[in-house]
Design a protein around this ligand. Sequence first.
Ligand SMILES: Nc1ncnc2c1ncn2[C@@H]1O[C@H](COP(=O)(O)OP(=O)(O)OP(=O)(O)O)[C@@H](O)[C@H]1O
Length: 263
Amino acid sequence: MEPLLSVTGVSKRFGGLLALSDVDFDVMPGEILGLIGPNGAGKTTMFNCIAGVYKPTRGEITLRDGGRTVRMNGFKPERVTTLGVVRTFQNIRLFSELTVLDNVRIGCHCRSHSTFFGAVLRTRAQRAEERGIVERSMHWLDFVGLAGKALDDAASLAYGDQRRLEIARALATEPKLILLDEPAAGMNPQETRMLVDLIHRILGVGVTVVLIEHDMKLVMTICERLVVLDHGLKLAEGEPEAIRADPRVVEAYLGRGAAHAQG
Ligand SMILES: Nc1ncnc2c1ncn2[C@@H]1O[C@H](COP(=O)(O)OP(=O)(O)OP(=O)(O)O)[C@@H](O)[C@H]1O
């Protein structure tokens, strides 16, 4: 099977700091891949390189799109999203003054011909498209369990609901690959269980998942493979069991206590 996404020799320099150094990994279609490592390891920088927020200083990021291979380096985030790669943020980024539904409509608009804010001269075709967008938005709200809150202000949602709304908005862009940056951060155990269920359902609709997460219990249960970064370098890659037993990973990140606690 060919990888969906390939990261090859990617480095990212910020002035004198090498945040990523010659990192390679593949993301296979239909898998949940975890990107883990200590604070400052370069995980978010890697997401930003893949999503087009940063241009890698060196290396290649390629996506298999149907039969073709697209080199995405230097593409703007909107173009990366249109190709089918979307990310959520560690610090939730919602339009808090808009309703829950409108936040998801914005996601849908990346695949539509009309613009969300510019729909002043509304033709019949535009109105029909808008109806479709509302239907699709409601579908994704239902998918994440927020349909009943569609008309609430986004700002009024509980923290866990805001995270799920961000995921709904990302799914509304119809991605092939979703990058989730610490989706369980700040969630209580019940919200985390709902998140695990949601991630499995995301996979069930054919979307591949890459996850940055510090909740090791979550990572070890949900991910099929892990890539470990440390100081910008890839320290290890493999199945959760092997990673948990890898002395270099225990030393750099998991710590002896954590490694035993998860066993
Ligand atoms: N825009 C930037 N300008 C300068 N340095 C940056 C920038 N973004 C990230 N860095 C630095 O790059 C390094 C990697 O940061 P990054 O946020 O990718 O780590 P991380 O593994 O995601 O950490 P955490 O788990 O704490 O979120 C850090 O030293 C950080 O300070």
